[in-house]
Design a protein around this ligand. Structure first.
Ligand code: FES
Length: 143
């Protein structure tokens, strides 16, 4: 199995690891197949993500994709962040081995789950946004 330099870099030196005290929102997801778990904390001001931290009990690919995912949504609005896909994260890492693609789902789902928590907590959940979370439960169980 061959990992790209970017995957190795983010695995060896993951960005934004940890937890945020008094986070505005958090989300935790698990991968039913491998049992790996990921938690994401968000600090949000005026609907812009000003800080994001993650913690994972997961494999190297889960760590690398979470690290990249946090970098990709930092500074974005919550709605921009909602469009993050595991494919975009994997591409930004110059690809993942096919059997490791499911690990990148954990990163996408954890970010989404924390955003869902934010919209619900702040009373900003709309039907359009709700639509973006439809895959959350299904994906979390399927991959
Ligand atoms: Fe579980 Fe990679 S093996 S997330």
């Amino acid at each position: 199995m061959q990992y790209s330099d970017k995957v190795m870099d983010h695995f060896m030196h993951p960005r934004n690891v940890g937890e945020i005290e008094n986070a505005d929102a958090s989300g935790t997801v698990g991968n039913a197949k491998c049992g790996d778990i990921m938690k994401v904390d968000l600090k949000i001001e005026d609907n812009v993500i000003v800080d994001i931290k993650f913690k994972t009990f997961g494999c190297g690919s889960a760590i690398a994709t979470s690290s990249m995912a946090t970098e990709m949504v930092m500074g974005k609005t919550v709605d921009e962040a909602l469009k993050l896909t595991n494919k975009a994260v994997a591409e930004a890492l110059d690809g993942l081995p096919a059997i490791k693609m499911h690990c990148s789902m954990l990163a996408e789902q954890a970010v989404k789950s924390s955003l869902k928590n934010y919209f619900e907590k702040t009373g900003q959940m709309t039907p359009e946004r709700e639509e973006m979370f439809k895959s959350l439960d299904e994906d979390a169980h399927d991959h």
